[in-house]
Design a protein around this ligand. Structure first.
Ligand code: SF4
Length: 466
C-alpha cells in the first residue's frame, strides 16, 4: 500500500490527539510494559533495503482488542550525507510522524515509548504495522531528502525485544556520552527544538552542551547535525549572544529566541535553575526535579518510577504541575543526562540541594554524584515519607540541614527588621507601661511597638460575672 492509499488521514492536524483507554484498539509499550524502545541507526548504503517494512511477532489483527503489548521500533537509514550524529534527531521524529496519523498517539521516547491506536482508525482499515511503516518511510524521505534508503522493523515478540534491549540502552548511553566534556562556554551556538509545541505551544527546549534536551533524546551534537541538514526544520541554531549571567546560564540570544518562538510568552530563561526564570517544560521530560518545601530541598523522580515519591505524590500528578510550556519555579522537567552535567541546577545548589532520588536513577548516575553526597541522598529504600526524610537528612548531615538553621535565623531576622522598621515610624526601643490602679501584679512591655489608640482601658474581670 502506498502512502496515498492509506485508510486514514495523516498530517499535523492530528498531532496532540489523545486516545483514551476506552477508545483504544491496542496499546504499544507504555508504563505497564517493562521493555519497549524505539531506535534509529545510520547504516552504510549497502546494508539498508529501501522501503522494507518488517514485523517480528504479532501484527495488529492478532493482538486482542483493548490489550497492551510491548513494542520495539527500529528505523535504519542510509545516505551519503546522513551522519551518525543525526540518529538522535531521526529517532525523535518517529514521535512526531506517528502523531501525524489520525487515531494514533505517541508519547515519550527511547526506552519509554507509549503508543495507542484508536478503534476508529483500526476499523477504518489501519490494521497493520505495514501501514505505520509506510507512514514513516514516506515522511522521513519527504522531510529529510538526504535519507536515500530507509527500512523499518516493528517488534512485538517479547523474546526478541529482550534480546535487543541491552544493546539499545547501550547505544543511547554511548550517544549521551559524546557531549560529556564539552562545555557551554566553549561553544558559540546552542540549539532550539520546537518539536513539542503541538502539545505545549509556549515550550521550546534549549539544547546546550551541558543541558541536554528535556526528553533526553537530543544532544547538542544532534541539534547541530539537524540544524545543518534542515535549517528550517524544528531544530535550529541559537547564537548565544551576550552573556547576561554565565553562572545562571542567562544569554541574550536564548532570551531573544524564546521571545520569538513562544510569541512573547516566555522572555527570560536561566538555563541552570529550577527556581529562577526556569527553562520551560513540555510534557516529554524524562524526569522532574520537584521542591520539597518541608526540607527546602529538591527531589528528582523519573517517569518510570512506580508508586509515590517521598512527598506522597505520583509522577503523573507532579507532571501535571510541571508540563504545558510553563515556567513553574520548583517543578522542573529534565533529562537524566542533565544530572550528569557539572552545570546541573548549579544556581540552586546542584547536588547539595538534592534530597531524594529513586534508586534506579541513583544507580544510573552514581559516578556523577559528588562522592561526599552519595550517602547523604536517600532513595525509596531509605525513607518513605517526609518525617523519615528529615531524620535521614539530619542523621547524614546533608547540606540542606545547615540551610534550615540559616533560613530559620534569616526568617527571624527578617521578622525583627520588619518590626523595627515599623516601630521606627512610631516609638523606637522599648516602652514599659505601668497601669495605675492595677496593683503590683501586672507589667505590660511594648517592645518595638507602634500603637495608635486614643485610650487604653484595662479592666479587672470579676470572675463571678463571667
Ligand atoms: S522535549 Fe524538547 S528536545 Fe525533546 S522533542 Fe520536545 S522540544 Fe524537542
Amino acid at each position: 500500500m502506498s502512502f496515498e492509499e492509506l485508510p486514514v488521514q495523516c498530517g499535523v492536524v492530528f498531532e496532540g490527539e489523545r486516545i483514551r483507554r476506552g477508545d483504544m484498539q491496542v496499546e504499544l509499550g507504555g508504563p505497564k510494559s517493562e521493555q519497549k524502545f524505539e531506535i534509529a541507526y545510520v547504516r552504510p548504503l549497502g546494508q539498508v533495503e529501501d522501503g522494507k517494512i518488517e514485523i517480528v511477532g504479532q501484527d495488529l489483527p492478532q493482538i486482542e482488542e483493548g490489550s497492551r503489548v510491548p513494542l520495539g521500533i527500529v528505523v535504519e537509514v542510509a545516505g551519503k550525507e546522513v551522519e551518525e550524529d543525526l540518529e538522535g534527531v531521526i529517532e525523535r521524529r518517529i514521535h512526531e510522524f506517528i502523531n501525524f496519523v489520525e487515531g494514533m498517539m505517541h508519547l515519550n521516547q527511547r526506552g519509554d515509548i507509549w503508543i495507542r491506536l484508536s478503534k476508529k482508525s483500526y476499523q477504518k482499515g489501519f490494521n497493520s504495522f505495514k501501514h505505520l511503516g509506510t507512514v514513516l518511510v514516506h515522511l522521513f524521505k519527504t522531510d529529510l531528502p538526504i535519507i536515500e534508503k530507509i527500512q523499518v522493523t516493528f517488534i512485538t515478540d517479547t523474546d526478541k525485544i529482550a534480546e535487543l534491549y541491552d544493546e539499545v540502552l547501550a547505544r543511547y548511553d554511548a550517544r549521551d556520552a559524546r557531549t560529556r566534556g564539552l562545555k557551554d562556554e566553549e561553544v558559540d551556538t546552542f540549539y532550539g527544538c520546537q518539536l513539542c509545541q503541538s502539545f505545549a505551544p509556549t515550550h521550546m527546549c534549549v539544547i546546550t552542551a551541558q543541558r541536554y534536551a528535556n526528553c533526553g533524546a537530543i544532544s547538542w551534537f544532534d541539534g547541530r547535525a539537524a540544524a545543518r541538514v534542515d535549517p528550517k526544520g524544528p531544530l535550529f541554531g541559537i547564537p548565544k549572544g551576550k552573556v547576561i549571567d554565565g553562572f545562571k546560564g542567562e544569554y541574550e540570544g536564548v532570551n531573544q529566541s524564546y521571545k520569538e518562538k513562544t510569541l512573547g510568552s516566555v522572555t527570560e530563561v536561566c538555563l541552570y535553575s529550577a527556581f529562577e526564570k526556569p527553562h520551560t517544560s513540555c510534557g516529554c521530560f524524562e524526569a522532574i526535579a520537584f521542591i520539597i518545601p518541608e526540607v527546602d530541598g529538591l527531589g528528582v523522580m523519573h517517569r518510570d518510577f512506580k508508586g509515590n515519591a517521598v512527598n506522597g505524590l505520583p509522577f503523573s500528578t507532579m507532571a501535571d504541575s510541571t508540563a504545558g510550556g510553563r515556567q513553574i519555579p520548583g517543578f522542573h522537567g529534565l533529562a537524566i543526562e542533565y544530572l550528569r552535567s557539572p552545570k546541573f541546577l548549579q544556581v540552586d545548589g546542584g547536588w547539595e540541594r538534592i534530597v531524594w532520588l529513586p534508586k534506579a536513577v541513583k544507580d544510573r548516575v552514581a559516578e556523577f554524584i559528588p562522592k561526599e553526597m552519595v550517602d547523604k541522598i536517600p532513595t525509596e529504600n531509605d525513607v518513605s515519607d517526609i518525617e523519615e526524610l528529615k531524620t535521614y537528612l539530619e542523621d547524614h548531615t546533608h547540606p540542606v540541614v545547615k540551610r534550615w538553621a540559616e533560613l530559620g535565623a534569616a526568617a527571624r531576622l527578617e521578622e525583627e527588621e520588619r518590626a523595627e522598621t515599623e516601630a521606627g515610624l512610631a516609638v523606637p526601643g522599648q516602652m514599659v507601661a505601668t497601669v495605675p490602679g492595677v496593683g503590683g501584679g501586672l507589667q505590660i512591655i511594648f517592645k518595638n511597638a507602634r500603637i495608635y489608640a486614643e485610650k487604653v482601658i484595662i479592666k479587672r474581670i470579676d470572675k463571678r460575672r463571667k
